[in-house]
Ligand binder design. Structure first.
Ligand code: HEC
Length: 316
């Protein structure tokens, strides 16, 4: 990855990206396949999608500026299942430490995202070591790369929608209300969904995985009041023991943003933020904190209904 790309990635992960900076990807509407541009894009938007798509797949070399340390030489190293723009069972290591009671991302040691490779070609005078967790790091965790499909629609969804979801969660009064992440400021609404005629069950089991959202009014037809199905509220939730200790923006070490379930069928037997679950059932059973009640409800389902739920998820 070139420095430019590293910077781009770091921006994506750690700053407040402007709408234009964020990666645009796919989604429903005219129901394009994962990885395809939305239908209804203007010629200009389509051209910029294609340009971004190409840049995403470029493999950088030392000649084009890769290194001296890096994680990958192309976005598709880690975002290509089932195709460019997807996720992968690829991981980055993140580090941190609690110093004087506060989270420190250990930036001076290369944190919070470590660069797992260094340029080591034979012709080089210097060899660059991959970064490794320093002894100062008391938090060393991995994160799996998520699919990026559909993020353009999430971005085109008004913040008020997500604020409404927070309020709806508070009204539920069952301790599962989420919080808007002040870094991403991405959020979400509620409706039931499901293909097996047991929508109510899904809705109560998966209250944070909100099935349906709608973008706001937009001058571009492709983003104008599009109904889409991310199965996420994009809110932060206290996940108890599932939290991995990394703090980011306003997110505490126990909080995680609800993972969207669209595209979970591409999960490649590695689920949850660090791929610790090998099956969807296992992923549900590893929920804790605000996800614990849903997990308990899942456990109480009959085997037949559990199987139905998992079959449903496999089609998202
Ligand atoms: C070495 C593997 C790797 C490479 C290479 C990589 N990513 Fe990622 N990407 C990840 C991981 C892992 C995460 C999740 C990080 C986390 O949760 O802390 C991620 C997260 C993201 C997200 C946030 C998605 C979301 O829903 O919050 C975006 C956007 C993204 N990557 C875009 C890119 C782009 C653009 C490139 C190329 C410049 C790139 N990535 C290269 C592994 C990678």
């Amino acid at each position: 990855m070139t420095k430019r790309l590293v910077v781009a990635l770091v921006c994506v992960l750690f700053s407040v990206p402007t709408f234009a900076q964020r990666v645009r990807a796919v989604a429903p509407g005219g129901t394009p396949d994962a990885g395809d541009p939305l239908s209804g894009l203007s010629d200009q938007q389509r051209a910029s999608f294609q340009a971004g798509h190409q840049q995403f797949a470029v493999r950088e070399t030392v000649g084009t500026g890769l290194g001296p340390v890096f994680n990958g030489n192309s976005c598709v190293n880690c975002h290509d299942i089932p195709i460019s723009g997807g996720g992968a069972p690829a991981f980055v290591t993140r580090i941190g430490a609690i110093i004087d009671g506060k989270f420190d991302p250990l930036t001076k040691f290369g944190g919070s995202v470590l660069q797992a490779n260094g340029i080591t070609g034979d012709t080089l005078t210097h060899r660059f070591q991959a970064e490794a967790p320093p002894p100062e790091a008391t938090i060393v965790i991995t994160r799996r790369s998520p699919a990026l499909f559909g993020l353009g629609l999430v971005e085109a969804t008004p913040d008020s929608t997500f604020a409404d979801l927070v309020r709806q969660g508070e009204l539920r009064g069952d301790g599962t209300a989420g919080r808007v992440n002040m870094v991403d400021n991405v959020v979400t609404g509620t409706q039931s969904g499901g293909k097996f005629g047991w929508k109510a069950q899904i809705a109560t089991l998966l209250e944070c995985h909100v099935p349906t959202l709608q973008t706001g009014s937009n001058s571009s037809a492709a983003f104008d009041r599009v109904t889409y199905h991310p199965y996420s509220d994009f809110l932060l939730h206290d996940m108890g023991s599932l939290g991995d200790g990394i703090e980011q923006g306003s997110a505490t070490g126990r909080e995680m943003r609800t993972a969207p379930l669209w595209g979970v069928r591409f999960g490649n037997n590695k689920f949850l933020h660090d791929g610790r679950a090998r099956t969807l059932e296992d992923a549900i059973l590893k929920h804790d904190g605000q996800g614990l009640a849903a997990r308990n409800r899942f456990q109480k389902l009959s085997q037949a209904n559990r199987t139905k739920l998992v079959e449903f998820l496999r089609r998202l």
